[in-house]
Design a protein around this ligand. Sequence first.
Ligand SMILES: Cc1cc2nc3c(=O)[nH]c(=O)nc-3n(C[C@H](O)[C@H](O)[C@H](O)COP(=O)(O)OP(=O)(O)OC[C@H]3O[C@@H](n4cnc5c(N)ncnc54)[C@H](O)[C@@H]3O)c2cc1C
Length: 422
Amino acid sequence: MTLKWASLLRRWPGFFSRLPTGPIYQTAANQSTLQAQNSLYTPDHIAIRETLRKIIDTEINPYVDQWEDAGQFPAHKVFKILGNAGILGVNKPTEYGGLGLDFSYSIAIAEELGNIRCSGVPMAIGVQSDMATPALTRFGSDELKRQFLVPTIAGDVVTCLGVSEAGAGSDVASIKTTAVKKGDDYIINGSKMWTTNGCQADWMCLLANTSAGPPHKNKSLICLPMKTPGVQVTKKIEKIGMKSSDTAQIFFEDVRVPSKYLIGEEGMGFTYQMLQFQEERMWGVANVLTPMGNILQETIDYTSQRKVFNQPVLHNQVVHFRLAELATEVELLRSLLYRSVAMYVEGNDVTKLASMAKLKAGRLARELSDSCLQFWGGMGFTDEVLVSRFYRDSRLLSIGAGADEVMLSIICKFMGTLPSKK
Ligand SMILES: Cc1cc2nc3c(=O)[nH]c(=O)nc-3n(C[C@H](O)[C@H](O)[C@H](O)COP(=O)(O)OP(=O)(O)OC[C@H]3O[C@@H](n4cnc5c(N)ncnc54)[C@H](O)[C@@H]3O)c2cc1C
């Protein structure tokens, strides 16, 4: 992919300068993070992160509490701001408005988005940039990309990913939604569940059965405009976490879309979606690294001030040793992620490593948020602190985008230890 230098310079005048010296990198925690990042990130990655950090500080974090209370954030408004800054398509081709950079830049963005003080908004942004659009970018026709990808990267529209159904989450192959060819159109019937951004989306990257063939070869991905007659968003699902991200249940009744809205080849949808999942999973891992670091730091700050039995909570060996252990685990996860990303950027299949990283990220986020919350005492049980929000939000990581058990099955397949189905 060619890099449009002029476009980069326009968006980031300091793109090539040595960075960073800004206040956000001056804490001890951030300096160590930055050093660790050197294995994957160049000053260019860090410049993009700094641009994004300014947007987070001014346009997002001041409103997060309000959006969490409202149970939804204004996706169109926020995406337009991000689109204008070039954040929604860093690894998308320049001819469609992207920056033509490699996937490591998406990972840098995902990490920086972790500085948003909730996980719902970053997840919604990730759906737009790295979950609903990789297949379209890789396999979609030029016409389709101009119609759907260009406005998505620009932040003019909101997108969602329709894979899971009420009866099919882990077992993607068993989805029931159909798209039947009739003349030049597909007629879509069925439903989707758990659709992030579903209440606000303008189009969906939909996985549907386009034939009655074997379940891994009968599926296709289709761009579905959400205003098409017959598309009905029936429910906004209430959740224990990820409050500011809307999650929808959606029904389709005789929804007619032109067959040219098919992404790539008919029957290849399952394969495309599995590929798309790799980016989604690495993105999810990157996104959780920053809040884990932030919560460790905030826990250190709190426990060093909070005195119990005449000494700071932090001075108890059980506390500072536990925090040291968790920090070590975070750095191990970071190393695994960066290795996966570096190999992926070089064109390797990283399904095994990405699945390992996703598994570990889900488990570590649960352990870390639980341990840290404990050290905050009663304060950790309130809505006043980040750790309690992360405790609720991060629980999803072991379930969404492939549950821990699905990751284990994939890893076992690569290890040759998964018993074959009779
Ligand atoms: C907040 C939220 C947002 C989401 N956003 C989206 C979205 O935008 N688009 C989308 O398509 N989907 C989305 N999902 C769906 C998500 O990917 C699914 O919830 C997930 O894949 C699990 O599917 P399920 O809920 O149907 O659980 P099930 O498939 O019913 O699994 C239940 C449990 O069974 C266990 N299990 C599964 N497989 C195995 C196995 N092989 N061996 C042993 N145990 C196993 C696991 O513990 C799993 O948690 C979202 C979900 C949530 C909660």
